[in-house]
Ligand binder design. Structure first.
Ligand SMILES: [Zn+2]
Length: 125
């Protein structure tokens, strides 16, 4: 069985993945810096009620964002590895091909739109 994607398509996807990775890495760095600033300020003003609360929530938001970016980086790295494997671009749930138009927007996608929305419906409801 031949690879569902052409070589040119895979090269485009690899390019998208690399660009996305750089963007997420830069975001992650920014949030980590913001977080350590919030931590320092928090330690310095522990006695100060309102400020400390605000800083603590800034710090929590920073942690959440950082975790999300770490997850995205891991997904991008995994996609990069899978890109040249025969099952890249196949939906992990139904096995159908994920359209290239979807992959170019979200190269780390594991599911077709139908399965992804089914999954999201399950998650929220
Ligand atoms: Zn599917």
């Amino acid at each position: 069985m031949s690879h569902p994607l052409t070589r040119a398509q895979r090269e485009m996807l690899a390019q998208v993945l690399r660009e996305r990775e750089q963007v997420v890495r830069a975001q992650l760095q920014g949030h980590q810096q913001g977080r350590s600033q919030a931590e320092k300020a928090l330690a310095a003003r522990e006695q100060d009620g309102d400020d400390a609360k605000q800083l603590a929530s800034d710090q929590e938001i920073g942690v959440a964002l950082t975790n999300r970016e770490r997850q995205e980086l891991a997904a991008l790295a995994a996609a990069m590895q899978r890109l040249n494997e025969a099952d890249y671009g196949l939906c992990v749930d139904c096995g159908k091909r994920i359209p290239f138009e979807r992959l170019i927007i979200e190269p780390q996608a594991l599911r077709c739109v139908a399965c992804e929305s089914k999954r999201e419906t399950r998650k929220t409801g």
